[in-house]
Design a protein around this ligand. Structure first.
Ligand code: UDP
Length: 490
């Protein structure tokens, strides 16, 4: 063991996220990398995650309902704090804004108690806390204990730059008076209003979500590092454009290693729902590059009108498909148009949740009709699959712009002012991506990005080097941390 490794053994890093799979999994994968470099890693998340994900595998709590404090997943210690949400289904129906208010109110107090109980009172040295943009208050808790804080940005670096410029008023953005204004920012193509994240548009109804981002981006001094789940080769120009202001350090893609060509079955990550694995068997029986995979992620519930137009396009296109439609709470059946399942039963499968990363790498998958959630996009990039972009809200419109105009690995659908896509437009896009004139170029670009993603995380790749530099910097600050925590304890 080298001397730096023996020192690192004593140092702890804590990851903090609330109960969203897409927020926790990138943090856990970064945590696994830190663990491999000799740091001790703890995830602090909300009690809902314990009840939904870990409870069934816990021996301690099986009879008592007490949340254990000795829980680990792949070597990462997991602790749970209350966000004020009683994990019964009725209360999980809060609007995003109500939930943000709840967690912002109780999170800081409960996280502080957790830090005191598990670290300070046990003389464990917490060298760094890593949050994500949706829990900006964690940086204040870290400051209270004089612990350096890093943020893992979980959207493209392009979004970090856009939000930075918006919340710091460096450029003009659309307003109610001037809603059609286009925006030109360094390192990015010209952005029309429909390419901007919905939270910064004058019509945004989700005030609390916009506020948490503002909290982070208006006061960057609280963060010693901004890491990002992206990679340099994917977003060079925009990453370089931020280098002189508040740099962003790409350390991704933070995905299951099997998706990155590393022969490893054991992924560190949580699943909020049980996937229907039988779809993999069905895919095994399909010819190579013959199936369109369709999913809108974990949060979006499509309107009946949108479902109907997708279903009709799938019927008319005569293509094979695997479609994820999440069950709505309390309902048993999937909200599919009448007769659709019977009419397409020989060439399609509809499931409520699938093992997406395994589906995307399956050779039968030709392309991905996606809502452009960043995790889904990174997974498709690592799998080398072209995309049809059907964005709905938050970062997704910008991500769709990146798919078509920056990464050039897909087609963006034409949407009306309500975000609706006509059946004919969907049929055109399916035809274009499967066999149109651009199809070969899109496949080539997707294969090239797949290669670049693997190189970034391989030994000596750009993200691997960035993680090592981050660890070296944590080690270098450890003495300050130890002295400061002693001060706080006096
Ligand atoms: N996912 C999955 N099975 C499904 C659909 C989605 O495992 O049937 C996973 C997907 O692999 C991704 C996450 O759910 O990691 C969705 O995250 P994303 O950022 O794409 O979208 P969000 O759910 O945050 O809108």
């Amino acid at each position: 063991m080298t001397s730096s490794e023996s020192r690192a053994e004593e140092l702890h890093v804590m990851l903090v996220a609330f109960s969203a799979q897409g927020h926790i999994n990138p943090l856990l994968r970064l945590g696994k990398s830190l663990l491999a470099r000799g740091l001790q890693v703890t995830l602090a998340t909300t009690e809902l995650v314990y009840h939904r994900v870990f409870k069934s595998s816990s021996t301690t709590a099986a009879t008592t309902d007490t949340i254990p404090t000795n829980f680990t997943t792949n070597g990462i210690h997991v602790l749970f704090f209350s966000d004020g949400l009683d994990p019964n289904p009725d209360q999980t129906q809060l609007t995003p804004d109500d939930y943000m208010a709840l967690v912002e109110n109780l999170g800081p107090i409960n996280l502080s108690t957790l830090i005191k109980t598990h670290f300070i009172n046990n003389s464990k040295k917490l060298a760094c806390i890593i949050n994500n943009p949706f829990v900006p208050w964690v940086a204040d808790v870290a400051a209270e204990f004089k612990i350096p804080c890093a943020c893992l940005w979980i959207q493209p670096c392009a979004l970090y730059a856009i939000y930075y410029h918006f919340y710091n008023n460096t450029n003009q953005f659309p307003t109610l008076e001037n809603p059609e204004l286009n925006v030109q920012l360094p390192g990015l193509p010209l952005l029309k209003p429909q390419d901007l994240p919905s939270f910064i548009l004058p019509t945004n109804p989700f005030g609390a979500l916009s506020k948490v981002l503002a909290d982070m981006l208006k006061d960057m001094k609280k963060l010693k590092w901004v890491l990002a789940n992206s990679f340099y080769e994917l977003e060079k120009e925009v990453i370089d454009s931020m280098a002189e202001t508040y740099p962003v350090i790409p350390v991704g893609p933070l995905l299951p290693l099997s998706l990155l060509g590393v022969d490893e079955n054991e992924d560190v990550g949580i699943e909020m729902w049980k996937p229907q694995d039988s779809c993999l068997e069905w895919l095994n029986d399909q010819p190579p590059s013959s199936v369109i995979y369709i999913s809108f992620g974990s949060l979006i519930v499509l309107s009946a009108k949108k479902l109907e137009s997708i279903a009709t396009a799938l019927k008319n296109s005569n293509c094979k498909f695997l479609w994820v439609i999440k069950k709505q709470d309390g309902k048993d059946s999937l909200p599919l148009p009448q007769g659709f399942k019977e009419e397409t039963k020989n060439r399609g499968m509809v499931v409520p949740w699938c093992p997406q990363t395994k589906v995307l790498v399956h050779p039968a998958i030709a392309c991905f009709l996606t809502h452009c959630g960043w995790n889904s996009m990174l997974e498709a990039i690592a799998a080398g699959k072209p995309m049809i972009a059907y964005p709905q809200w938050t970062d997704q419109p910008t991500n769709a712009k990146l798919v078509s105009d920056v990464f050039r690995v897909g087609i963006r659908l034409e949407q009306d002012s309500d975000g609706f896509v006509e059946t004919g437009e969907l049929e055109r896009a399916i035809e274009e991506i499967v066999s149109g004139p651009k199809s070969e170029e899109l496949k080539r670009n997707a294969a090239e990005l797949k290669r670049a993603a693997r190189e970034a995380v391989a030994d000596g790749g750009s993200s691997d080097r960035n993680i090592q530099t981050f660890v070296d910097e944590i080690l270098a600050t450890r003495l300050d941390v130890m002295e400061s925590s002693n001060e706080v304890n006096k």
